[in-house]
Structures are given as structure tokens and as C-alpha cells.
Design a protein around this ligand. Structure first.
Ligand code: NDP
Ligand code: MG
Length: 380
């Protein structure tokens, strides 16, 4: 059984990962959180990792006070997160922190030769060129946790010798506001945007699903993970979230992965790949589902998707800028400072304000991210 490092263990993906780990009997070497030390303390006592990374120094201090009876190494800040990611003896680092703060830890894991199971899609959106090049050089695997990318990854296993990939069909639930017009979206509340029809997730990705930014981020994620052009990705709205994505091969065969909407399935596959094990995950009954529906996405109403596709086509620092602007705009929306439709407007303007210049190093990405956040703050 594998030794794992889990970054973002107190989040939605982090908690579901620990359920998988509990059932599969893997060894947890390190855990991390931003500030939720109540939950982190419970996880620490149960999984007994040798290292714990807490982003906020005050929270780290408090955790140390509460856990004087246990032996473990405690590290803080972004350097601490990177230290956890680079831990010796780790077979795989599951990165489930939210936001592009996960980029440096991903690169640290790769530099240490640790395989990465990646939920943190912002890592690839902001720094995909750097991450994929570093992984290739180090001979490290980037295993997708995102359900759609896991589905694509699993579908591609159907052509192990000659990929012959013609097209990726990336499915989207459409979110809580599917079918609505821009006028109907003008006054939607935070509570309405946080109600996802099929998945229970952290707040940021739930808002991203409502704006379709999440699907835009996933197009960029797929470009990097699978080395395809944005033009060979078709986004299809599939309300039931049963077909998690598919690929069309050159011979016309379409292979997809289906299952109940349960993140423990892709999480477990990323951790056990290339093996599969038994799981208590929800089972799919096609006759209970009855019908599966598919629609073209409405990119005029949900502009974030269009902005992300344009950003990855332009390339360079545009995707990092779109992502940074979105992180800032979503935080402002969640705290009631801007309206729902402003998210897309700000993301679009911030992305266009950045040159499509080549990404040479991580500082380029961090600077584009910071500039996009500042652009958003200056615009409201
Ligand atoms: P959550 O908000 O539920 O959890 C985020 C985790 O990251 C928590 O452990 C949190 O710690 C930690 N964290 C937050 N901010 C920081 C920071 N500044 N520095 C260090 N750690 C931080 O998010 P999700 O689990 O929903 O999502 C995680 C990632 O996975 C995202 O990139 C998301 O897009 C992706 N994803 C999520 C899916 C889902 O079903 N939830 C599906 C597919 C992808 P604390 O608890 O202390 O705040
Ligand atoms: Mg997804």
C-alpha cells in the first residue's frame, strides 16, 4: 500500500480522500490545512502523520499547544507546504488545496520526484507549461483527481499503444443556473449560487460551477494534462453528471467513463493507479437514471467559459491572469461585495489586461496572478 502526503486535508476533497485512505489502509505521511485546526487535530490523532503543515502561523501555534502529547514535525507557511510536498518516502502527493497557492507545492513535489495526484486544478491553469515540463523532466506522473480528467485518463487507457485521439468530450453539469438568461442572473444571491444540483464541494469551486468558470479552468487543465489543442476539446452540458467525460478516437469510437457522481471514485483511482480496488462508493443504476441529456453550453450568458478558452488559445500568462482574477472576484462575491455577473466581467477585463507573453519561470506566473488580483480590486 502506498505512502501518501495529503495537502488540503480539511477540505471537501481532503476529507473524502481520508475516507478512501481509511478503507484502503494507506499510510499518511503528512497532512495540511490553512487554519481549520479543530479538524486537523482530529485527523492528526487518527492518521498519525510524521509531518503537519499549517499555513497560518497563529493556527499552527494553537495546534502545537493542543497536541503537546504527540510527536510530529510542524511546519508553517508556503515553505512548510512545499516541505510536506517534497517529503521523502512519499509515493504520491495528493494536492487538494484550493487556489493557485497550490502551484509551488506541486512543483516542490515534482522536484523531489514524488508523483502528484492533482485535484488543485488552479496549479495547471496558472502554471501548466512549467508543471508539465518539470514532470516530464523528472519522470513524475501527474494523475488527475478532477472527475472529468480522471474520466478522460481512464478512457485513454482503451488505446494504450497508439493514442489516435481525435477529440475530448468534456462534460459539464451546467450548474444551478442552467437555462437562465443574463437578466435572470443579475440578482442571484450567494446562497443560490452555492446550491449545486449534483456535487457537494468547497465554496470556491461551487461558485466556479455556477459561472461555468470551472469548466473553463477544466478546458485549460485538459490542454496541459493531455497535450491537446483547445480546439480538440468539446464542452457538452450533461445535466445528470453520469458520463464524466469521453474521448473520440480517430476510428470514430467514443469511449467514456460513467458512474454515480461520487468523488471517491476518481480519488481512489488516482491513489491506486494502475490498480483498481473494491470501494463502498455509490453504484450507478442506469435504469434509475432513465435518461441522459446533452446540450451545447451557453457561452454568451456564462462568459467565463468563453474567456478561459480564449485565454488558453492566446496562451502565455493569460490563463494565469484569468485564474487570479477569478479567485479574487469569487472571494468578493462570497463576501457580498460584487454581484454574480460582475465575476465574468472582471475576469474578462483582467485577462485581456495581461500580455500573452511566454511563461519563463514561476515568478512570471506569480506576478501575472498578483497583477490580475490587483486589477480586480482597482476595478470595483
Ligand atoms: P475546500 O475549500 O473544501 O478545501 C480547501 C483546502 O485547502 C482546505 O484544506 C483548506 O484549509 C486549504 N486551504 C485553503 N486556502 C489555503 C491556503 N491559502 N493555503 C493553504 N491551504 C489552504 O476545497 P475543495 O476540496 O472543494 O477543492 C480543493 C481543490 O480541488 C480545488 O482546486 C478544486 O477546484 C478541486 N476540485 C474539487 C472538487 C470537489 O468535489 N470539491 C472536484 C474537483 C476538483 P482550511 O480547511 O484550513 O481552510
Ligand atoms: Mg471537475
Amino acid at each position: 500500500m502506498k505512502n501518501i502526503v495529503l495537502l488540503g486535508s480539511t477540505g471537501s476533497i481532503g476529507r473524502q480522500t481520508l475516507s478512501v485512505v481509511r478503507k484502503c489502509g494507506m499510510k499518511v505521511l503528512a497532512l495540511s490545512a490553512n487554519s481549520n485546526i479543530d479538524l486537523l487535530e482530529q485527523q492528526l490523532r487518527e492518521f498519525k502523520p510524521r509531518l503537519v503543515a499549517v499555513m497560518q502561523p497563529d493556527a499552527a501555534k494553537e495546534l502545537r499547544e493542543r497536541t503537546r502529547d504527540i510527536e510530529y514535525q510542524l511546519v508553517t507557511g508556503i515553505d512548510g507546504l512545499c516541505e510536506a510536498a517534497a517529503l521523502e518516502g512519499a509515493d504520491v502527493v495528493l494536492n487538494s488545496v484550493v487556489g493557485m497557492i497550490g502551484l509551488r507545492p506541486t512543483l516542490a513535489a515534482i522536484a523531489a520526484g514524488n508523483d502528484v495526484a492533482l485535484a488543485n486544478k488552479e496549479t495547471l491553469v496558472a502554471g501548466g507549461d512549467l508543471v508539465m515540463a518539470a514532470a516530464k523532466k523528472a519522470g513524475v506522473q501527474i494523475l488527475p483527481v478532477d472527475s472529468e480528467h480522471s474520466a478522460i485518463f481512464q478512457s485513454l487507457l482503451a488505446a494504450p499503444r497508439n493514442r489516435a485521439l481525435n477529440k475530448i468530450i468534456l462534460t459539464a453539469s451546467g450548474g444551478p443556473f442552467f437555462g437562465r438568461s443574463r437578466a435572470e442572473l443579475r440578482d442571484v444571491t450567494v446562497a443560490q449560487a452555492l446550491k449545486h444540483p449534483n456535487w457537494s464541494m468547497g465554496a470556491k469551486i461551487t461558485i466556479d460551477s455556477a459561472t461555468l468558470m470551472n469548466k473553463g479552468l477544466e478546458v485549460i487543465e485538459a490542454v496541459h494534462l493531455f497535450g491537446v489543442s483547445p480546439d480538440s476539446i468539446e464542452v457538452v452540458v450533461h445535466r445528470e453528471s453520469i458520463l464524466h467525460s469521453a474521448v473520440e478516437f480517430d476510428d470514430g469510437a467514443v469511449i467514456g467513463q460513467l458512474g454515480a457522481p461520487d468523488m471517491s471514485i476518481p480519488i481512489q483511482f488516482a491513489l491506486t493507479y494502475p490498480d483498481r480496488f473494491d470501494s463502498p462508493s455509490k453504484r450507478l443504476s442506469l435504469t434509475d437514471v432513465g435518461q441522459m441529456t446533452f446540450y451545447k453550453p451557453d457561452m454568451e450568458t456564462f462568459r467565463c467559459l468563453r474567456v478561459c478558452i480564449d485565454a488558453i488559445k492566446a496562451g502565455g500568462l493569460r490563463p494565469a491572469a484569468a485564474n487570479g482574477a477569478n479567485e479574487q472576484a469569487v472571494a468578493l462575491f462570497l463576501s457580498g461585495k460584487i454581484k454574480f455577473l460582475q465575476i465574468a466581467e472582471l475576469v474578462e477585463a483582467a485577462a485581456e489586461s495581461q500580455p500573452a507573453a511566454e511563461v519563463k519561470c514561476i515568478d512570471d506566473v506569480l506576478n501575472a496572478d498578483a497583477a490580475a488580483r490587483q486589477f480586480v480590486l482597482d476595478s470595483i
